[in-house]
Design a protein around this ligand. Structure first.
Ligand code: PHE
Ligand code: FE
Length: 286
């Protein structure tokens, strides 16, 4: 979502999509999906949100091999009107937002190597499809992402991508939800990660703070390691309402006049669910 250049790579369409060409995947590549799938599927019951687990089920993602986007899109279209389209890698922000505003989720069509199961330089098909697509089967979350795409187009014109990007990070990628049985993960960055899907819920190190829109948008994040704070929504309805019913333009102006909040900081007004020890981050720094 962060590249600057504008011409699509050779072979890609003007909107940066490519044919997934499902037949080109090797047996080894399908095997990588199956290995990753088996590992996460075992871990996620009792950890992932109900909506996520339902999506995994209704979209039949347990079927062996890398999913065929055409088949997946057909199921998804019937449920929430979303489609999954293949791209060769990261796409420019405006392209990303345009697809999203039109209920097209862009997914990398390549898969990580079998000797690098936990290593990702850019989002691959496992992160994009296993991580993100189940949530798109949830009608409320599906509406949220479409609204986010339109919000992105607007933020580009308001020079406010920094703030809107943090909302994506702390919800779509690394969000937690409070469910009746306890905290659950729904962010794609967590559900698709073997280590973070445990860390985010079980580790005493990170802060877990109740979601507050302006607070989240002020908060810096790190892309190269586990998060040191997670934000917890009470429900997807509440997330949708808080974002759709707020006009972000005046909020961006307020935020531009304020300081950012550092990773791991707790500030006045935070409703802290668990105050982290930060031991993990300290251990790294030592
Ligand atoms: N309400 C936001 C705006 O005024 C748009 C938006 C909706 C952004 C939902 C993100 C999620 O820009
Ligand atoms: Fe992602």
């Amino acid at each position: 979502m962060l590249t600057e250049t504008h011409a699509p790579p050779p072979g890609a369409n003007a909107d940066w999509t490519v044919d997934q060409d499902w037949a080109h995947y090797t047996a080894e590549e399908h095997g990588v999906w199956d290995t990753l799938f088996a590992r996460q599927a075992k871990l996620l019951p009792g950890r992932a949100s109900d909506a996520y687990l339902r999506g995994l089920d209704v979209l039949k993602l347990s079927k062996p091999g890398i999913p065929d986007f055409a088949e997946l899109s057909e199921r998804l279209m019937a449920l929430t009107g979303w489609q999954v389209v293949a791209v060769p890698g990261l796409v420019p922000d405006d392209v990303f937002f345009d697809h999203m505003a039109n209920r097209r989720f862009v997914a990398g069509n390549f898969i990580r190597r079998s000797d690098q199961l936990d290593y990702l330089e850019e989002p691959d098909v496992f992160h994009d499809v296993f991580g993100h697509v189940p949530m798109l089967a949830d009608p409320v979350f599906a509406d949220y992402l479409e609204a986010y795409g339109r919000g992105g187009q607007r933020a580009l014109g308001l020079d406010a991508l920094k703030y809107l990007g943090r909302l994506y990070w702390y919800t779509v990628e690394f969000g937690l939800i409070a469910e009746p049985q306890g905290l659950r993960i729904y962010g794609a960055g967590i559900v698709s990660s073997f280590s973070e899907s445990r860390f985010a819920l079980d580790d005493p190190s990170p802060n877990r703070i109740a979601f507050d829109l302006a607070r989240v948008m002020r908060t810096e994040y790190r892309i190269d390691d586990f998060q040191q704070n997670y934000f917890v929504i009470p429900s997807f309805d509440a997330l949708l309402k808080a974002t759709v019913e707020t006009d972000f333009a005046p909020l961006y102006d307020v935020l531009k006049a304020q300081d950012d909040i550092a990773v791991a900081a707790i500030v006045e007004g935070d409703a802290v669910l668990t105050r982290g020890t930060q031991d993990y981050a300290r251990g790294k720094a030592a």
